[in-house]
Design a protein around this ligand. Sequence first.
Ligand SMILES: [Zn+2]
Length: 330
Amino acid sequence: MHTHIIPKNLPKWATEFGYGNFIHLEHNDNGTADMMQGGQFFRRIEENCWGEEMRIKEYEQFYTQVQVVCTIPVLFAYWAKPDHGLKVSQFLNDHIAELSARYPKNYLGLATLPMQDTKLAIQELERAKNSGHLGIQIGSNINGKNLNEEELFPIFEACADLGMAVMVHPWEMMGENDMKKYWLPWLVGMPAETSRAACSMIFGGILERLPNLRVCFSHAGGSFLPTLGRIEHGFNCRPDLVAIDNKRNPREYLGKFWIDSITHDIDMLEYVLKMQGSKRVCLGSDYPFPLGDLEIGKFIEDSDLSQSVKEDIFANATLEWLEIEAGRFT
Ligand SMILES: [Zn+2]
C-alpha cells in the first residue's frame, strides 16, 4: 500500500511558471532518468519508477499482485503558488487515475492535493475521488505547518465525508539543513517527521473529531510507536502543555489508525503488531526506492508470525483501510 510512481515525462513547470524548484525528468541513453529540481540534479531513477509493466513483473517475483501508487513526495510542491500547485496535482492525479483504470487488478491510486490552499485542495480531492482515486497522500507538515492547523481541518473533514483514505508521508524533514551528512534527513528526520504528524493529529483532536477518517502513517508510524511511552508520560505529567486541545490519552488511539509494515526488523514489526493489532498493519514497500522493503514482504513471509496475521498484513489491513473488497482483484 505504499509505493511511488512518476509519469515518464513531466512538463517543465519551472519554465512554464517562471520560478521554483519544480521537478522534471531528463532521460538518459542507458534507460535511466535524472530527476532535475529546477536546474539541479536531484536523484537518478530507473524504469521501474514509471514502467507500468515492469513494475507489475517485479512485484510478481514476490507474489504481490496489487500496488497502491502515489507520487514521490518531492513532487508535492506545497510551496508553489496555489494555482500552480493545483496544476501539478491535476497532472499527477490524471496519470495515476488513467493507470489504475487501465490496470484495475494491479494498480490503485492515491492522489496528491495542493494542500497550501484549502479550497483548491478540496476541489481536487472531489475530482480525484470521481476519477477513481481511493485516497490521498499528504506530507507530514505543510510548508512547516503541523497537521493540526485549523485551516487543514476542512480537508480532513472532506476526506472523511467522501470516504477517501489518507496516507501521511514524511517530507520536508525537520532539521534537514543541519544534518545533510550521512543521509540523516532520511534516517533520523523521516521517523521524527512521522511522529510529529501523528502527535499533531492526535493532540490536535483530528482523529477525535473525525472517527471515520482512515489515516495510515508511513514507515510503521516512524518514531511514534517506539516512543509512545514517553509521549504518554508527557501527556500525563504535563497536561498543561500536551492535553490542551484533546483530553484523551494518546494510547487510546492505538488501532484506530493504520501503519505500514516497513520496519526492516521482525522484532520491531512484532512490537507494532502488539500495539496496533494485525488489522491495522498494511504491507508497505516504498518500492522502488532503496530504503524500501524491496523483497516485498519477504521478511514477514519468512517469519514465525501466524498465517492469519500474515494475511491481515498482506491484504486485509489494506482492504479495510481503503474500504474495498478482495473480489475486485480476481
Ligand atoms: Zn515512501
